[in-house]
Design a protein around this ligand. Structure first.
Ligand code: SF4
Length: 309
């Protein structure tokens, strides 16, 4: 067996910043530190923080007044920020700056009286947060079929934005359909799908043709990990999205396989290493690193934590 280990893979700058923020908050403020929603969509990361005293909640009402709460990398709506203030919570905002960029674009378009078509996945934490910036101005679409059902008169001020972790190809198809149907629609000054999502997809697109199977490390609720699995499948490769080696089955692989291993932006390197060990111990696999692009992006810690680092 041969393993083709993709790079870039795994943690992005936003996830690094969020994970480091929660670590520091636990060290400085002590347990428990409450986290609104999963810090990142990865079971390993969530469970490991639970063991250190983080408590993940889906409603701020679950948090005792005056406690410390951390907002996850996916961002929150203004209504959540306000509620945190009302409950006198010490809020640490670990929203990824690239999500904040989309929020700011939504605020600007809404202020300029645009109707905003947000391309994204219903129910995703990031989409809920972005829509909360201007709920009356934003319409969510998930597919080209949904674009076909939209009706706007020429002259209606229209803009589109996207979730940061979409499939680049799917998003482009939807944007093209929007531009065909509403040629006057405007977009963000710089595209919203983030560098990490784009780079991980680019790596799978370029390496998958040399592989027979693909393993994507990531959790089922991780949007960017799901997109990597779909991309590998679109290239005709059998692809498995798993949290770690414990989810793999020996029957899925042949000793003659060439296995592309990659990881979504929220999957830690530790899980990737364990997966490589599993393949190497069961199939005596050789390892080859395939780096398609270098990443050197870093985001600063939230202001509340910068002084403590
Ligand atoms: S995937 Fe992109 S938008 Fe999401 S946290 Fe990472 S860098 Fe930020």
């Amino acid at each position: 067996m041969k393993i083709l280990l993709a790079a870039p893979r795994g943690f992005c700058a936003g996830v690094n910043m969020a994970v480091k923020s929660l670590d520091l908050a636990l060290k400085h403020f002590g347990a428990p530190v409450y986290v609104f929603h999963e810090i990142v969509h990865n079971q390993y990361v969530v469970r490991s923080f639970e063991s250190k005293g983080a408590i993940f909640v889906n409603h701020l009402e679950e948090i005792p007044a005056k406690s410390t709460v951390l907002f996850s990398a996916h961002g929150v709506s203004p209504a959540i920020r306000k509620l945190a203030q009302q409950r006198e919570l010490l809020a640490i905002d670990a929203t990824c700056p690239l999500v904040t960029k989309v929020h700011l674009e939504a605020i600007k378009f809404a202020k300029d009286h645009y109707t905003i078509i947000l391309i994204g996945h219903q129910g995703h934490d990031e989409v809920i947060g972005t829509m909360g910036e201007a709920p009356e101005a934003i319409v969510l679409v998930e597919s080209t079929q949904e674009v076909d059902r939209l009706e706007y008169q020429p002259g209606t001020k229209l803009a589109y934005l996207t979730q940061t972790t979409l499939s680049v190809d799917d998003a482009n198809r939807i944007i093209e359909r929007l531009k065909t149907k509403f040629p006057w629609i405007v977009g963000p000054p710089k595209e919203d799908i983030c560098y990490a999502t784009q780079n991980r997809q680019e790596a799978v697109r370029s390496i998958a043709p040399d592989a027979t199977k693909v393993i994507v490390l990531g959790s089922q609720n991780s949007s960017n990990s799901q997109r990597l699995r779909e991309l590998a499948q679109e290239q005709g490769r059998r692809a498995y999205l798993v949290d770690g080696p414990e989810d793999l089955s020996l029957e899925w692989f042949e000793p003659s396989d060439v296995v592309l291993v990659t990881a979504g932006a929220s999957a830690p390197e530790e899980v990737i290493a364990k997966t490589l060990d599993w393949l190497q111990s069961h199939f005596q696999a050789d390892l080859e690193l395939r780096e398609v692009r270098k990443e050197e992006v870093h985001f600063p810690l939230p202001r509340t934590l910068r002084m403590l680092d």
